[in-house]
Design a protein around this ligand. Structure first.
Ligand SMILES: [Zn+2]
Length: 84
């Protein structure tokens, strides 16, 4: 019998979709209810969340260094303009 609204298989599928913001509000709500009663999916979700956070963090670092080099270019350009 399914644990409340969905099977573990479906829960894991929604968890993966949620990672890419592809899940609907209703799916996330059902998923949250499921993991309240299912330790296995709760663990899977936590692991998935950690992975997503790690990816997000690395993306922020990438963006930051790019922004930094853009800012440096702008600053150098400004300095050149001031000299002229
Ligand atoms: Zn489950």
């Amino acid at each position: 019998m399914n644990k409340l609204f969905m099977s573990c298989e479906e829960a894991s599928h929604i968890c993966d979709k949620a990672q890419y913001n592809e899940s609907t509000f209703w799916e996330r709500l059902k998923f949250r209810t499921h993991i309240l009663f299912c330790g296995l999916c709760k663990k899977h979700s936590a692991d998935n969340h950690k992975l997503t956070e790690a990816i997000k963090q690395s993306k922020i670092v990438c963006l930051d260094s790019k922004t930094k080099s853009e800012m440096k270019k702008c600053l150098e350009q400004e300095l050149k303009n001031q000299k002229l």
